[in-house]
Design a protein around this ligand. Structure first.
Ligand code: ASP
Length: 314
């Protein structure tokens, strides 16, 4: 199957990727990993500029996009906390995006509204990368999560992936589940309180793709069969009822005791920030890859994407 060309293309949703696109991105990610490990970077994006336009807080996505551009020799317009830009004067998203594309070659956008990246892309001539649109999607996180999983399980098919936490509001869950549904035989367990169950529309899509899905309220019964435990926080910023958030936030806490029930070769992931869902002593377990691998892979994947989008077809 021929993969799509990435040059000057938007990245808005994981739905745009085929398995062959994924292979191209994963191969380029391997190249970037090697590059960083051997030389730190290169000048392949010299003369290119990326605007990072973040309307919501971010540490890893923002930091790794900035580092990616700089490691490839490019420049950045970092806007984190739009209160310092004209957005605080009431400027619309289309106007802001059209402003910054005058100064840069790609716009990385994080915004609280679902569909915001798509709207930005409709107005912009330059490529837009969705760095999280509300409770919608987080496609670059899904790619780095996927890369992390393939480092341990190159075949993907046949895995059991257990996702824990806020299935309804967690955009990383939505993107990763859709991406994994491209692979036959990947079984998904969704574990959440009843109020935070995965949306019916995502369940329908997974059913159409014949992805085996199971939903549970308790974590314990799934640990023995799990290959990848993907833990998420309850998304406080999506709650209007903060008392409800307080009630739900620590419904699941992964502790070293629970790990005894897990396979020796399983891995534990978390997109971060964590706010108590995994105790710090779990970090010492070799199966915990969220700090040692997953975060760092964000750099390699984002370098790969910028390189594929901004360089002419090589
Ligand atoms: N950092 C991820 C996101 O932006 C996960 C999270 O915030 O919980 O969606």
């Amino acid at each position: 199957m021929k993969h799509q060309t990435f040059t000057h293309h938007d990245i808005l949703s994981v739905e745009q990727f085929s398995r062959s696109d994924l292979s191209v991105i994963m191969e380029r990610t391997d190249d970037m990993k090697r590059l960083v490990e051997t030389k730190g970077g290169n000048d392949s994006l010299k003369g290119k500029i990326m605007t990072a336009l973040f309307y919501e807080p971010s540490s890893r996505t923002f930091g790794s996009f900035i580092a990616s551009m700089q490691r490839l020799g490019g420049g950045i317009i970092p806007i984190q906390g739009v209160s310092y830009s004209s957005v605080s004067k009431g400027e619309s998203l289309p106007d802001t995006v059209r402003t910054f594309e005058n100064y840069s070659d790609v716009i990385v956008l994080r915004h609280p509204e679902v569909g915001s990246a798509k709207i930005a892309a409709e107005f912009a001539q330059k490529p837009v990368i969705n760095a999280g649109d509300g409770i919608g999607e987080h496609p670059t996180q899904a790619l780095l999560d996927f890369y992390t999983i393939t480092q341990h399980f190159p075949r993907i098919s046949g895995l059991t992936i257990t996702m824990v936490g806020d299935m309804y509001n967690g955009r990383t869950i939505h993107s990763l589940a859709k991406l994994l549904s491209l692979f036959e035989g990947v079984a998904l367990n969704f574990i959440s309180p009843d109020l935070l169950r995965v949306s019916p529309s995502l369940l329908t899509l997974l059913k159409e793709r014949k992805t085996p899905v199971a939903e549970y309220e308790n974590i314990e019964g799934t640990l023995g069969e799990t290959d990848v435990l993907y833990v998420t926080r309850v998304q406080k910023e999506r709650f209007s009822d903060l008392a409800m958030y307080e009630k739900l936030k620590h419904r699941y806490i992964v502790t070293p005791k629970m790990l005894f029930k897990m396979k020796k070769k399983s891995i534990i992931m978390h997109p971060f920030p964590r706010v108590g869902e995994i105790t710090m002593d779990v970090d010492l377990d070799p199966r915990a890859v969220y700090i040692s691998e997953q975060m760092r892979n964000g750099l390699y994947v984002r370098m790969a994407l910028l390189s594929l989008i901004l360089r002419k077809e090589q």
